[in-house]
Each structure stands twice: as structure tokens, then as C-alpha cells.
Design a protein around this ligand. Sequence first.
Ligand SMILES: [Zn+2]
Length: 134
Amino acid sequence: MWICPQCRRAFARQDQAHFCARPQTIEDYIACQDAAVQPRLREVRAILRAALPQAQERISWAMPTYWKGRNLIHFAASKKHLGLYPGGEATAAFAEELKGFDVSKGAIRLPYEKELPAELIARIARWCLEAYGT
Ligand SMILES: [Zn+2]
């Protein structure tokens, strides 16, 4: 898979020709991704919406973002994984539970072939709301 550096869309082929535009909503963002990963993106969106009903959905840093007073958590499609970006304070707070996951600099890489840790994602999202939300 290849990620366009301009619009952050993921494609099966390197340098895939496409209408390169920044999606304005999370639904647009998901619709622009490779069909194979869209169900996974919808799954994480449903988890985050349920965990953060008070947050607004928006695109920030070209990524789907949950916002309440400030950015709480982002997610993004990457080549082989779904990236979840709760920030370094969150990954530090959950370090014990995130053992066995690929974590660096506030990012958690969740491989597409593995089941999403839905309950853990929801708890991390709520932690972000408590820690960062206003
Ligand atoms: Zn593009």
C-alpha cells in the first residue's frame, strides 16, 4: 500500500493517480481509503464515537480527530496498520497494557490482520478526554 504524502490517502499501488484533495470530514476520509481497510476504519470510528459522545469529529493534521476544546485523539490509515494517536502522555499512562503493541512517540500501530482491542481503545480515548478535554 502507498500513502499519498499530499492527501494522506492510502492506495494499493505506488504513485496511484487520483484526485488529490484533503478530506473535510471523517466519512470523506474513510471513503477515500482503500476499500480493504474501510471496515477497520469504520470500526475504530464507532469505538471512538461511543467512548467520546461529547467530542466533535473533525479532520486535523489530515487525520480523523476527536476534539473537545483541543484535539483528544487521532486515527489514520497507514500501509499495514491503523495508527491511533492519543499522545505520549496517554501511551505512557497505558504502557503496561500496551506491552505487546507497536507503540512509539504517542502512536499505537494496530495491524490490520489483528483484531482491534476495542475495550482498550475506548479506555485510552476516555483517558484522553479526562486529561486533555476542556
Ligand atoms: Zn493525494
